[in-house]
Design a protein. Structure first.
Length: 470
């Protein structure tokens, strides 16, 4: 069979309703991340869905324990066709964020796929069950079209703790480096730059959370009796935050700012739109680092966000000076940022600015990573996707959000190519999460063609420079 026949088979799989059936079954597993009573659901998803799916691809699967007790199990499956062939590692995650059933629109159930025109609602439809289901199905289409061959070696890694920060993943990759050895990673997560534009990104910004805490007193005191002589921890906290990031979102601490944006990254971001799809929020063009484009602010720069702050009783305030105040904050950072010095930099800045009473408590860190846009595998993927889609895909040096990509770049030494199958307004992590049907159908065809092209290597040739053939 031919490449076009394999792509047509992918479209037929979608049009027949088989993909919707598979996705609906997978969404029904209540795989909420970080919820202890859901650990059995996480294991069941791997055993009852991914093990059989890997088996249909001729890949022997194992479900293994996480080296971090706070993380869920992981699945590794392997198919070997030849010692001299390219080896592809593909990754996905079975876990989802907390469902929040009561916040979904009437008539929607996060554990049941509901179809409304082009939108398929359900928790995990976009993040990440729909995305790794597309990739597994595309591999199956290539296997069928080639008469039982992929033309390359395949390793599948599915984790169950990504939404909790992927605890244990880097250690798992280090322990199983031989099992996970590959020439490149091809995976899918996150959104395209726009629903109608296929996208490739090569890494992600990192994420570091920290808490600022002002513990002045054990109790609150009447604001009329004591106001003016007792320090207000909420006022102190607000002022401390204002010394870190100004009222327009510009980071004021030199150690929290990134190095200059590399020229290659600036060039790649010139044609990247942000906030152009229906349902996207209106962009605040006067927010963030001055002198940068919108895409550079989201993808090429660091941002400091206050995720929550509280003092007293926010929903029912009383006339009292609170005893304590705290804020949960997050630094999104690009490669080149010295994140190991974050806590020390915060402490030094707060002390220098008279906020010695403000405690800075470090939280979870997910590293930043980025594959070189000039890597030959990147050009190979872009060529394949453009041939199938009929127009060039968007190329992002890294995603604005955070993924555990550093486990693959740093621990396994792989070039990483991410091809997302969602779009910015999919309500990922929110009520009413959904997958766009036309986007999913196109993604199935794109991935089938890409995997077909990866199998077009002849003999022991492993160079990604081989031309894409019919």
């Amino acid at each position: 069979m031919t490449r076009s026949a394999a792509v047509a088979g992918a479209a037929e799989y979608f049009d027949s309703g088989a993909f919707l059936t598979d996705l609906s079954r997978r969404v029904s597993f209540r795989t909420e991340s970080g919820v202890p009573e859901r650990r059995q659901d996480l294991a069941a998803y791997l055993e009852r869905e991914i093990v059989p799916a890997a088996g249909r691809l001729g890949a022997a699967a194992r479900v293994l324990e996480n080296p971090d007790a706070s993380g869920g199990p992981l699945l590794v499956a392997s198919r070997r066709e030849g010692a001299g062939l390219v080896t592809v590692l593909t990754y996905g995650h079975a876990d989802v964020v907390v469902a929040e059933e009561r916040r979904w629109r009437a008539g929607l159930d996060p554990w049941r796929v509901t179809v409304e025109k082009d939108r398929w609602y359900g928790r995990g439809t976009a993040d990440n069950k729909g995305q790794h289901s597309i990739n597994l199905a595309a591999l199956d289409q290539v296997l069928r079209a080639r008469g039982g061959r992929l033309g390359f070696n395949l390793t599948i890694l599915i984790e169950t703790s990504e939404e909790s920060g992927s605890p244990g993943l880097r250690e798992f990759c280090a322990r199983h480096r031989d099992d996970l050895a590959a020439d490149l990673l091809i995976a899918s997560d996150g959104p395209r730059v726009a629903a109608g534009r296929p996208t490739v990104f090569l890494g992600s910004r990192g994420s570091a959370t920290f808490t600022l805490r002002v513990p002045l007193r054990e109790r609150a005191y009447h604001s009329g009796n004591w106001g003016g002589v007792l320090a207000n921890p909420a006022t102190v906290l607000a002022s401390a935050i204002a010394s870190l990031v100004d009222g327009r979102g510009k980071i004021l601490v030199p150690a929290l700012r990134p190095p200059p944006i590399p020229a290659a990254v600036r060039v790649a971001l010139e044609a990247i739109p942000v906030g152009t799809d229906p349902g996207d929020p209106d962009i605040d063009h006067d927010w963030g680092e001055p002198g940068l484009t919108t895409a550079e602010r989201v993808i090429g720069w660091n941002t400091l966000e206050v995720l929550s702050l509280a003092a007293g009783n926010p929903d029912n305030p009383v006339n009292a000076i609170p005893g304590t105040a705290h804020a949960h904050c997050q630094l999104r950072f690009v490669p080149g940022t010295d994140i190991t010095g974050l806590t020390a930099a915060l402490r030094a800045h707060l002390d220098q600015n008279g906020f010695g009473i403000v405690a800075a408590e470090p939280g979870h860190v997910m590293g930043a990573s980025r594959t070189d846009p000039a890597d030959p595998w990147v050009r190979f993927a872009l060529t394949s996707l453009e041939r199938t889609a009929g127009s060039p895909p968007a190329l992002l040096p890294n995603l604005g959000g955070s993924l555990p990509n550093d486990a693959f770049t740093d621990e396994l030494g792989l070039p990483t190519i991410w091809i997302p199958h969602s779009y910015p307004a999919c309500a990922q992590h929110a009520p009413d999460e959904h997958l766009l049907a036309p986007l999913a159908r196109q993604a199935l065809q794109l991935m089938t063609a890409l995997f077909w092209d990866l199998g077009e290597h002849h003999g022991c040739e492993r160079s990604p420079e081989i031309a894409v053939n019919d």
